[in-house]
Every structure is written in structure tokens, then in C-alpha cells.
Design a protein around this ligand. Structure first.
Ligand code: FES
Length: 78
């Protein structure tokens, strides 16, 4: 009998609200598409992340900054 184990690593950004990094990045894209910009307040409004203990705020801000930098680099190259 052959057993195979599948390990799935889920990276939570906001443990209080159970928001994963993948879900956050998707939300940031959707917010940006809808509003034309994204900030912490909008992320909090749409995902409820960073609305409890606040431990995740710095990481969320980093991910928002990464998104904005990538977006600006695409604009510069275009
Ligand atoms: S970990 Fe995000 S609000 Fe607590």
C-alpha cells in the first residue's frame, strides 16, 4: 500500500479574520480595479482584516506597497 501525503501550506496574514495572503492579494487587486487605488482603510472595509488586534497591519501595508510598486513599474515600462 502506498501512502502519499499532501502538505498544503496556507499563509495567513490576518489570523483574527482568517485571511490568507492569497485572499488578501486578490482583494487588493479587486479593490484597486474598482476604486483605482488601494489603501489600508479600503482593505479593512472589504476584508475586515486588521480590524481586531491589529498585529497584521504592518504585513498588510507591506503587501499593499508591493502591489503599488509592481503597478507603478508596469506603468513606467508601458
Ligand atoms: S491578526 Fe489581523 S486583526 Fe488580529
Amino acid at each position: 500500500m502506498r501512502l502519499s501525503l499532501i502538505f498544503i501550506i496556507i499563509m495567513f496574514v490576518c489570523i483574527c479574520k482568517g485571511l490568507t495572503e492569497k485572499q488578501l492579494k486578490k482583494a487588493i487587486e479587486e479593490i484597486d480595479n474598482f476604486h483605482g487605488y488601494v489603501n489600508l482603510e479600503l482593505v479593512q472595509k472589504y476584508t475586515y482584516a486588521a480590524t481586531n488586534c491589529g498585529c497584521c497591519i504592518e504585513e498588510i501595508l507591506e503587501i499593499i506597497n508591493e502591489f503599488q510598486n509592481a503597478k507603478n513599474n508596469i506603468k513606467v515600462l508601458a
